[in-house]
Design a protein around this ligand. Structure first.
Ligand SMILES: [Zn+2]
Length: 313
């Protein structure tokens, strides 16, 4: 893709799930700026740049927020992005979103624009454009996708202008896509809530290792203890290759003096149901096995329905 000059128009397709996650995050950070990265795909259709924002990378545990500034946890996001990319090589970092409704500034600040221009002109930036979503206002008394006002901007390589996408060129799509934002954790939340009583032999070591790895790969998974049955399990979300989120668990079972973990997920195929009947030696392995199988199914169904190879770099 070349610069804006070669384009006739822009069409922005943003998934309702992405907007919903953005707004949920805005609800959580009512007084401080927040944001995240937007990921997805793009294509050129007859001189129209079609930007499809269908996933989010949360700000990350080390993000810094104030009323007038917001810094993301880049390391965390890069790790998450690599993970997505491994499974969907066509996924792109399209841009960022952040909020101004908390400070009332209705448009991108000079600092925002300078940052985005630096990114889009960087030799290692994959795309020749950068998409910026800005939340500018909270509408009292409104619900759902009407509760915030957003503006969409595009910046292009070698072009000093900032282009606002006209509302008529913004299309909210229904495709089930998801919020990686539910994966966002603060450091405090990520620390162990692991129960310290009635431990089967060896459980501390396995759980500690699980905790260390899950914290990096699946940060939304948290340790839980069923009060009723005393069962220990991990519960959280796994982000799949299409950006959707699956709620999963890994349930710990003591089996002949050793601990095993069974993956659990609902509404899945027979094949995955079968996989959930096999024990794994750690929660990480259980969740990973689930993730791989679910992605395989998503990929298979997508390749049956869509042209996948067109936009390979
Ligand atoms: Zn800003």
């Amino acid at each position: 893709m070349n610069s804006k000059n070669n384009l006739r128009s822009i069409r922005l397709e943003i998934s309702a799930g992405v907007l919903q996650s953005v707004f949920d995050e805005c609800d959580r950070y009512d007084h401080h700026e927040t944001g995240g990265r937007l990921v997805g795909h793009y294509e050129l259709k007859n001189d129209t740049l079609v930007v499809q924002a269908n996933g989010l990378l949360p700000a990350g545990p080390k993000a810094k927020r104030s009323q007038t500034s917001f810094f993301q946890d880049g390391e965390f996001q890069t790790r998450m992005f690599r993970q997505l990319e491994e499974q969907d090589p066509t996924i792109e970092h399209l841009g960022n979103w952040h909020t101004h409704h908390v400070n009332g500034y209705p448009t991108l600040s000079g600092g925002d624009i300078a940052t985005y221009q630096r990114i889009v002109n960087h030799e290692f930036h994959n795309l020749n454009f950068f998409y910026a979503l800005l939340v500018t206002r909270k509408l009292k008394g409104r619900t759902g996708l009407d509760r915030y006002v957003v503006r969409h901007f595009l910046l292009f390589r070698d072009d000093e202008n900032v282009y606002e996408v006209e509302p008529r060129d913004v299309h909210i799509t229904k495709g089930y896509v998801a919020s990686l934002s539910s994966v966002a954790l603060t450091e405090e939340e990520a620390t162990s809530e692991t129960a310290q009583h009635n431990e089967p032999k060896g459980s501390i070591a396995v759980r500690a290792l699980d905790q260390a790895i899950l914290k990096v790969l699946y940060p939304s998974l948290k340790p839980r203890l069923s009060k009723r049955t005393g069962t220990f399990f991990w519960k959280g979300n796994v982000v799949l290759i299409d950006g959707s989120v699956a709620a999963v668990k890994a349930i710990e079972v003591e089996s002949e003096d050793e601990l095993v973990y069974y993956p659990v997920v609902s509404n899945v195929s027979n094949e995955i149901t079968k996989l959930c009947e096999s024990p794994y030696k750690s929660a990480v392995e259980a969740v990973r096995a689930l993730e791989v199988s679910m992605n395989k199914e998503l990929y298979t169904s997508a390749t049956q329905n869509r042209f996948w190879n067109i936009w390979k770099r």
